[in-house]
Design a protein around this ligand. Structure first.
Ligand code: ASP
Length: 222
């Protein structure tokens, strides 16, 4: 009986709090051994969206993304400004040590070793990724999407991925679909992937399956 928006936020909070995923507690380390987190949420009914990028002290970035959306004034806040916004609004903040786990530290060491040999592309998915996301459709037919991530292991300091970019890694529109993406964000930003799938449904009348398959399995690998 709740809303799609509440459902995707709640689902992502659970995954941010779980150490096994690359979001919140358990987030990937960047190249400097720190954490910079990205998250977004979008309401498919109104096309309102909120996102934070490169935040360093927010326990649950998806909650603050929702707060950014609720502000009504802006869509994407980054870095210190986003951390300050969260603090001022009373969201829970944590020290950087909260995000790190031994498993992620191990992955950073493995990624650095591969990179030193010029073999970064040989890393497996678990070593690099693990972004979390949720999509939902509620009883009123409203769609929502949310995504949260630490980016990828050993990413450059300051690098922002696709997750907080509306239309790239996160998108929801009642007229078409709700999408939360994972994998190397640079490809998703270039292809404006989530919106591209939505646009194919809207303008070409493609099914969700066909549009997704064409983009993810055919175009993306090219
Ligand atoms: N898409 C995320 C990023 O590029 C990484 C991931 O999905 O694991 O930041």
């Amino acid at each position: 009986g709740g809303t799609a928006l509440d459902a995707v936020e709640a689902a992502v909070v659970v995954m941010e709090d779980a150490a096994v995923f690359n979001a919140g507690h358990g987030a990937a380390f960047n190249a400097a051994g720190g954490h910079e987190l990205d998250a977004a949420i979008m309401d498919g009914r109104t096309l309102e969206a909120g996102a934070v990028a490169g935040v360093t002290t927010i326990r649950n970035p998806v909650r603050v993304a929702r707060g950014v959306m609720a502000s009504g004034d802006f869509v994407l806040l980054q870095g210190d400004g986003a951390d300050a916004f969260a603090k001022a609004k009373g969201y829970e903040t944590v020290p950087q040590s909260y995000f790190g786990t031994d498993q992620r530290r191990q992955m950073l060491a493995e990624m650095k070793a591969l990179a030193a040999k010029g073999q970064a592309e040989r890393a497996n998915e678990a070593q690099k990724h693990g972004t979390v996301g949720a999509v939902a459709r509620d009883r009123h037919g409203n769609l929502a999407a949310a995504t949260s991530t630490g980016g990828y292991t050993n990413k450059p300091v300051g690098r922002i991925g696709d997750s907080p970019i509306v239309g790239a890694g996160t998108y929801a529109n009642n007229a078409t679909c709700a999408i939360s993406a994972t994998s190397k964000g640079e490809f998703f930003i270039r292809k404006v992937l989530a919106h591209e799938i939505s646009a194919r449904i809207a303008y070409l009348g493609q099914s969700l399956e066909r549009a997704t398959n064409d983009i993810v399995m055919v175009e993306l690998p090219e």
